[in-house]
Design a protein around this ligand. Structure first.
Ligand code: GDP
Ligand code: IMO
Ligand code: MG
Length: 428
């Protein structure tokens, strides 16, 4: 049995898309289990670049099954736009290759309207969401008024549920948030066309994933976002609305945790964050700007510039614990090449103690001062390395510090965005 989780160990954008695509070569099935098209996963193969949001990153292979699990929130418009985009790049999408859970929740236009208007109403306390309707859709799921894929594809059920929802949402949108009412007929007409097209992709994916694992197929669970955007363990309220940690897989796919064999944390060699919220090792200086430019740190989904800072091992240790990591894949060590000195945070000074875990309270976190160790840098030749031995010695020392601090081995090192710029250090 082999079922691997690939998850973000920081605030997202660690290179999950690249690593999922790389690992998918030896897998049979790739499954998304949470989030939605707020994600932006980049995959580079040869000179071609693909930007995926909702569709699993195994889709670039012809012979892999890709599954959108029940824990994902599905924007049907975004789903078909992404299929069209992929087809325009020569990627073939068939029912054999892509299935969607009948229990996933549907993102409707009022979710997007609410996302944007609520952010506006929060004023200076806004979260900096992607505006894709993610939070409002998950709110409806937990409030028990959401529309699931199985309801969406039954025209009469969809009509009734949509009508009831739009009436209530319009009250809130117009009277509380000062927005414009949505027109039921227009939404129904447009979305029932998507529903008709979606039907063929729908399946009970819990049964499918279980069967595939039992048949000894290799299954990869592709996380979206990252540890510190988790609704429970992230920097609440500056988080997304799903469980991005390993625990999210079991609920988001519908299989027991005992079926999952490995969890690989994808960690960028430094730290980035998009949107608002605390970031202890943030560099608001020339070095931060240098990293942003060298690493092309601009969002795939919103185009916003990403905040950049030093690697924070307190975060990686927390991820290792919360998600039970079995190894790390460290990406973008080529981006740091050229810096004379590189820092790593190895603890926080908090009041009169030193801590190595991430505090819950943002007020406490604001009092934490990162404690740094300084390392000698390496040069751009790192991007040419294709084995561990070919890595510069200083890069090896850097990677070793990650392993020693977290107690988790670094099994994969990524030295560039392309599939072939990946070093398998040890078995995952
Ligand atoms: P994801 O959301 O975790 O899939 O990550 P994103 O795709 O949002 O951002 C990661 C960016 O870094 C993408 O542009 C990738 O092509 C790129 N990338 C991934 N790994 C590496 C690497 O090792 N080196 C460099 N230079 N770029 C990388
Ligand atoms: P990938 O999968 C980085 C951030 C947003 C915002 C917060 C809440 O590409 O790593 P949401 O729209 O989810 O309600 O926004 O979460 N965010 C991400 N940041 N990478 C992502 O995905 C993200 N998805 C959401 O910027 O701060
Ligand atoms: Mg991303």
């Amino acid at each position: 049995m082999s079922a691997f989780i690939v998850l973000g160990a920081q605030w997202g954008d660690e290179g999950k898309g690249k690593m999922t695509d790389y690992l998918a070569e030896s897998a049979d099935v790739v499954v998304r289990y949470q989030g939605g098209n707020n994600a932006g996963h980049t995959v580079e193969v040869g000179d071609k670049q693909y930007k995926l949001h909702l569709i699993p990153s195994g889709v670039l292979y012809d012979n892999k099954l890709n599954i959108i699990g029940n824990g994902v929130v599905v924007d049907p418009k975004a789903f078909f736009d992404e299929i069209e985009y992929l087809e325009s790049l020569g990627v073939n999408i068939t029912r054999e290759k892509l299935v969607v859970s009948d229990r996933a929740h549907i993102i409707l236009p009022y979710h997007k309207t609410l996302d944007v208007l609520k952010e506006k109403a929060r004023g200076k306390n806004d979260i900096g969401t992607t505006g894709k309707g993610i939070g409002p859709c998950y709110t409806d799921k937990f409030e028990r008024s959401g529309i699931r894929v199985c309801d969406f594809i039954k025209p009469e059920v969809f009509k009734e549920k949509l009508k009831a929802n739009i009436e209530l949402k319009n009250e809130y949108i117009v009277k509380v948030l000062g927005g414009e009412a949505l027109n039921f007929e227009e939404v129904y007409e447009e979305y029932s066309k998507y529903a008709e097209r979606l039907k063929i992709f729908v399946e009970d994916t819990s049964v499918r994933v279980y069967d595939e694992i039992k048949k000894d197929k290799k299954v990869l669970f592709e996380g979206a976002q990252g540890m510190l955007l988790d609704i429970d363990y992230g920097t609440y309220p500056y988080v997304t609305s799903s469980n991005t940690t390993a625990g999210g897989v079991s609920n988001g796919v519908g299989i027991g945790p005992t079926m999952i064999t490995n969890a690989i944390g994808i960690a960028k060699a430094y730290t980035t964050r998009v949107g608002k919220g605390p970031f202890p090792t943030e560099l608001i200086d020339e070095t931060g700007d240098w990293i942003r430019e060298k690493g092309h740190e601009y969002g795939v989904t919103t185009g916003r510039s990403r905040r950049c800072g030093w690697l924070d091992l307190v975060i990686l240790k927390t991820t290792a614990r919360v998600s039970g990591l079995t190894s790390f894949a460290v990406t973008k060590i080529d981006t740091l090449a050229g810096l004379d000195k590189i820092k790593i945070c190895v603890g926080y000074k908090f009041e009169d103690k030193v801590i190595d875990y991430f505090p819950a309270s943002l007020e406490d976190l604001a009092k934490c001062e990162p404690i740094y160790e300084e390392f000698d840098g390496w040069d751009d030749s790192v991007a040419e390395a294709r084995s561990y031995d070919e890595l510069p010695d200083n890069a090896k020392i850097y990677l070793k510090r990650i392993e020693d601090f977290t107690g988790i081995k670094v099994s994969i090192v990524s030295v560039g965005p392309r599939r072939d710029q990946t070093i398998m250090v040890s078995d995952i």
